[in-house]
Design a protein around this ligand. Structure first.
Ligand SMILES: [Zn+2]
Length: 91
């Protein structure tokens, strides 16, 4: 199972958060009929279902994350190491 880089919990799915609008047909007797959802492209993120941290906004990355146990952890570890190396060089 993949591990969230933020809360470190094991997760087997992500929440895909999409902004947009849902259209309903409303009749005179107050019945609602769903016309469907249309995304507005402003937010389309894949978030941890446990802590709500944004894992990625790219579907391919999200699927890669769910199919690879440590990929993102390794990437963020490498980023931290690079920052550290850079900081050392400048001081
Ligand atoms: Zn999390």
């Amino acid at each position: 199972m993949s591990k969230c880089p933020e809360c470190k919990k094991e997760i087997d799915h992500l929440h895909n958060i999409v902004t947009g609008w849902n259209t309903w047909n409303v009749t005179k007797d107050g019945q609602y009929e769903d016309e469907g959802f249309e995304g507005d492209g402003i937010i389309n993120e894949y978030r941890c279902p446990e802590c709500d941290a944004t894992i990625t906004s790219d579907e391919r990355e999200a699927l890669k994350f769910l199919n690879s146990e440590t990929l993102l952890e390794r990437e963020s570890h490498n980023k931290k190491q690079n920052r550290f190396t850079f900081a050392r060089r400048t001081t």
